[in-house]
Design a protein around this ligand. Structure first.
Ligand SMILES: Cc1cc2nc3c(=O)[nH]c(=O)nc-3n(C[C@H](O)[C@H](O)[C@H](O)COP(=O)(O)OP(=O)(O)OC[C@H]3O[C@@H](n4cnc5c(N)ncnc54)[C@H](O)[C@@H]3O)c2cc1C
Length: 443
């Protein structure tokens, strides 16, 4: 095989399909029994970061547009034009799984589901194979160029490539938060909705529940079904520490049960309501590649256009409080934070916090190719939320539209590196840019 992609989330599928479009023979390894990562397994939605908010002009097309077209054809989302008007893609996670299965089959990608990457064989700075665990035991899968699209930077870590994690001040990453669904809900009046919000806010302010707002009425990645799928719970923990991750899974479920109880106390419409939990915990930030280049908050805030651009986005620096604070209605880590609880960032590093979190009005920024290319492994690229960006910049590019754009670029770069038998760093960026444009991507 030529290109081996580990991780079948949206960035991994984008990478695999885009590499296959360039003629590469592609293998895709995914530990879950389905594709889509957080979009399907974490029930995260809608897809953000694809337009200039003030005008609705798209900054990302390519793989994203193709995916939306296929989803819309199955009534799994609105048309691309309608999504631009809405500034996001609301979708149905089950339809997305179906569309991703079809895409992978159509482009003849060798797919391994229920297969976990557990190691890497490295010789002279080149990855030769990944070690995987399947129901048949351990085995090796070879490749010429490898893409880490695991979100958590698993292959980067396992191959001994340089990686980083957490903010420099205290090593903490953004708070984890899981989506859950409340189904079997009767009709809820506007008055009751208001009362529910107030009751939840009261519990939050008293520190009895770890949610950062009281609005349960979101839809997550179930835009067209009954019930609610909110994004509100919060847990501050290290997602690659087994003990903290286990504690987080349990803690987040407990918060959802508390939410349901409060709703039932306030409104009869919730008496028969039931909870469902997303199969996958919601990790926002984890290991990050040390790449040839690192995206920073300055790039986001200035709307920088790189000569080596391989993707664009408009999403802002959305840092969910890494200390997991909720009591003082804390959402973001920024200079104006009003928490009265102890916070090292405010006490010791306030000068390092941002006042402004958005790119310039009406503008976009770009992501350069060097953010995808490992500085320490010659044939390793990254895509999605484990690319080379500092924590503030990552808080902007981690949303799903730019993840897919980075996936598409990583796939094309991997295919070109294979065809030319070159280290990823030696592929001329103009070649990647030209192929990306031919695939309909905006760069
Ligand atoms: C609570 C929360 C709310 C969010 N809200 C939004 C939102 O509203 N809109 C938005 O656009 N974005 C949102 N995001 C961000 C967004 O969902 C993610 O950053 C994005 O989906 C990441 O995509 P990815 O493909 O890089 O990684 P993932 O979706 O995490 O995919 C990684 C894949 O790799 C697989 N994998 C991991 N390790 C291995 C291994 N060792 N072997 C094999 N496979 C492996 C995983 O099973 C997974 O399928 C949110 C995130 C969270 C957590």
């Amino acid at each position: 095989m030529d290109v081996l992609v580990v991780g079948g989330g949206l960035s991994g599928v984008a990478a695999a399909v885009s590499a296959a479009k360039e003629g590469a023979r592609v293998t895709l390894v995914e530990r879950a029994g389905f594709l889509g990562g957080l979009a399907t397994g974490g029930w995260v939605g809608p897809i953000l970061g694809l337009t200039i908010p003030s005008t609705g002009e798209p900054v990302i097309r390519g793989f994203l547009e193709e995916l939306v077209g296929r989803l819309a054809a199955k009534e799994g989302c609105y048309s691309f034009e309608e999504c631009l008007k809405r500034r996001c893609v609301e979708f149905n996670a089950e339809t997305l799984k179906l569309v991703l299965d079809e895409l992978v089959a159509e482009y003849k990608i060798k797919l391994y589901l229920d297969t976990v990457c557990i190691g890497a064989v490295v010789e002279d700075g080149y990855l030769k194979a990944v070690e995987v665990y399947t129901r048949a035991g351990r085995s090796h899968l070879k490749g010429k160029v490898f893409v880490d699209a695991t979100g958590d930077g698993e292959l980067i870590f396992l191959s001994g490539a340089e990686c980083q994690m957490g903010r420099p001040e205290d090593g903490r990453v953004m708070a984890i938060g899981s989506f859950f669904r409340i189904i079997n809900v009767g009709a809820v009046s506007e008055e009751e909705k208001k009362k529910i919000r107030e009751a939840l806010e009261e519990e939050r302010a008293a520190g009895r529940i770890s949610i950062y707002h009281g609005g349960i009425f979101g839809r997550g990645s179930f835009y067209d079904t009954d019930g609610y799928c909110p994004n509100m719970t919060r847990y501050a923990g290290n997602p690659v520490d087994p003990d903290q991750l286990t504690a987080g899974e349990i803690f987040l479920r407990q918060q959802a049960w508390k939410v349901l109880k409060i709703c039932q106390k306030v409104s009869p419409a919730f008496q028969r309501a039931r909870l469902m939990f997303a199969p996958q915990i919601g990790v926002r930030e984890s290991r990050r590649l040390v790449g040839l280049q690192e995206l920073t908050e300055k790039d986001i805030l200035s709307g920088r256009k790189h000569q080596e651009a391989i993707a664009r986005s408009t999403y802002w620096i959305d840092i969910h409080c890494p200390l997991g604070r909720t009591k003082d209605k804390v959402h973001l880590c920024q200079k104006g934070c009003s928490t009265t609880e102890p916070c090292a960032m405010l006490e010791r590093y306030r000068d390092r916090l941002e006042e402004r979190l958005h790119p310039p009005e009406g503008d976009y920024y770009t992501i350069p190719s060097g953010c995808l290319i490992s500085a320490s492994r010659f044939n390793l690229l990254a895509a999605g939320r484990c690319v080379s960006a500092n924590p503030k910049a990552l808080a902007a590019i981690r949303v799903m539209a730019p993840c897919m754009a980075m996936g598409q670029a990583a796939g094309v770069a991997a295919a070109v590196a294979c065809q030319e038998s070159k280290a990823a760093k030696d592929i001329p960026v103009q070649k990647i840019q030209q192929r990306l444009k031919a695939q309909g991507a905006l760069i």
